[in-house]
Design a protein. Structure first.
Length: 500
């Protein structure tokens, strides 16, 4: 019932001494909730052949609830000298029976760590690699933030040939490019072409930044588009901004076609239809002209607001950039955005001088986590999203990742914590923690979900009554159904929260 939860949240806020604006945890944006209707039926049948699905239950109607403060608040991350008295023994007594729930299937591992000290408080097969499903996005996000920093932005640029007759749209790997930003990019390009005296151009597009197969190994799927360095609205064809959707077979071509149409409307004559091409290198020192606006909340980048490039040499005409990587990570985690997760993995590969492919991204993510001193033995990163069943992560690695993100000396990793969904309130946890003993975790548990047919996982953080931040990871395999496994995982994580 809402009344007990409201009391619980108020009491917890008083104990912790934290104050954040109501609803702050839900302000990241309208991100993907990733549920596939067909997959639900297959999961209920316990056939181990399907893909990901999240947030099966809709939240009850009524006024929005207020989540507990984010775990990155100063009071939560403060240094705590003494370990919680008796907590390790208490956890074993509480968690062992909950882990025995038959809804979790025969394979289950667990790790609970004091995020301030890194001390393991409870472990059950903690170092055993398991299929993590979408909890692998925690690893993908940590690696990207570590390699690139929270302020990194992903560009999309327009370059003109030296003779001014060809304009090339160059993808930098930003799946969040939307029609508004593409229109602004076309408008800026048309203005730059007019200043250069161009009367008509042909359009080519360059998506060669990414290598290897574009199609995810699971095949055509409504949860993910072909992975391309140039794409519009994550390749969605139905106008949606989240959830499963029909996807473009060739996102780069479709994006270039939309750009050509917008360029025509902006007053530039376009000859023929867009075709793949190679972008010429702009003259050294040439800056793009007034480009499209950056992503939501972004500040204008270098070159934006400058005069259009002129001259007879190849020139960068316009540029648009994504929101900062910190925002992209929060979006990825809050609503389990598969397309964005794959983009983050490939951006990490580029930073690590690896091919921007599934294989290169996997090598780069693992290498980046190794440099952070994390336990990567036995891990496998077959993709960045967790859709692949070939991925392997341990519960200990997941809690290690969360502990690194909570480290006051690593503020660049903090978006991993702030991006975690809030139990019962946001993202893929919006419709959970609403029945039985799990309700004690509503607003207090922040965690990334993971769901494949026969695989259910949960990894995140919770704050104890004395203000200590715990990191936890629970992984279950060969589960009979998500409708029994997910409540069991919710009860496990709720058991760590202060009890009313």
């Amino acid at each position: 019932m809402p009344e007990p939860r409201t009391w619980q949240l108020t009491a917890c806020s008083a104990v912790l001494g934290l104050a954040l604006a109501a609803g702050a945890a839900t302000a990241a944006g309208p991100w993907d909730n990733g549920q596939r209707k067909a997959e639900r039926a297959r999961a209920a049948a316990a056939t181990p052949t399907g893909g990901a699905h999240h947030a099966e239950k809709r939240p009850p109607a009524g006024p929005p609830r207020k989540p507990a403060p984010a775990p990155s608040a100063a009071g939560v991350l403060r240094a705590l000298d003494a370990p919680p008295a008796g907590l390790k023994d208490d956890l074993a007594a509480v968690l062992v029976p909950l882990l025995a729930d038959p809804g979790l299937g025969p394979l289950r591992t667990a790790s609970v760590v004091d995020a301030t000290t890194g001390r393991q408080l409870y472990g059950e097969g903690a170092t055993t690699p398991m299929t993590p499903a979408s909890t692998i996005k925690i690893a993908t996000s940590v690696a990207a933030l570590s390699a690139l920093g929270p302020d990194h932005r992903i560009p999309t640029t327009v370059v003109a040939s030296a003779d001014g007759r060809t304009v090339t749209l160059v993808g930098g790997g930003d799946p969040t490019l939307d029609r508004a930003r593409l229109k602004a990019l076309a408008t800026a390009t048309a203005r730059a072409l007019k200043d250069r005296g161009a009367t008509g151009v042909r359009i080519t597009y360059d998506a060669r930044l990414y290598r290897g197969p574009a199609r995810h190994p699971i095949g055509p799927n409504e949860n993910i588009a072909p992975v391309s360095a140039l794409m519009l609205d994550e390749g969605r064809l139905d106008g949606s901004r989240s959830g499963p959707a029909p996807r473009a077979a060739d996102p780069a071509r479709d994006t270039a076609t939309a750009f050509a149409e917008l360029l025509t409307k902006a007053g530039t004559k376009v000859q023929g239809t867009p075709a793949p091409g190679t972008a010429p290198k702009p003259a050294q020192g040439a800056e793009p002209g007034p480009g499209a606006e950056p992503g939501p909340g972004a500040e204008p980048g270098p070159g934006q607001g400058a005069e259009p490039a002129r001259g007879a040499k190849a020139a960068a005409l316009a540029r648009t950039e994504s929101a900062p990587l910190s925002d992209l990570v929060e979006r990825t985690l809050t609503h389990s955005d598969n397309d964005l997760a794959e983009a983050l993995a490939r951006q990490t590969a580029l930073a690590r001088k690896q091919p921007a492919s599934f294989t290169g991204a996997g090598k780069a993510v693992r290498a980046e986590l190794t440099t952070l001193g994390l336990p990567t033995a036995g891990t496998r990163f077959a993709d960045g999203s967790g859709l692949s069943r070939d991925n392997r992560l341990s519960a200990a690695l997941l809690t290690g990742l969360l502990t690194r993100a909570a480290d006051p000396d690593r503020p660049a990793l903090r978006p991993v914590l702030t991006g975690l969904p809030v139990g019962g309130f946001s993202g893929t946890l919006q419709g959970r923690f609403d029945t039985g003993p799990a309700t004690t975790g509503a607003g207090l548990v922040r965690a990334k979900t993971g769901t494949l047919t026969g695989v259910n996982t949960l990894a995140g953080t919770v704050v104890t009554a004395d203000g200590r931040l715990l990191a936890f990871a629970f992984l279950a395999g060969r589960t009979p159904s998500p409708y029994t496994a997910q409540p069991a995982l919710d009860r496990l994580s709720a058991a760590l929260a202060p009890q009313g």
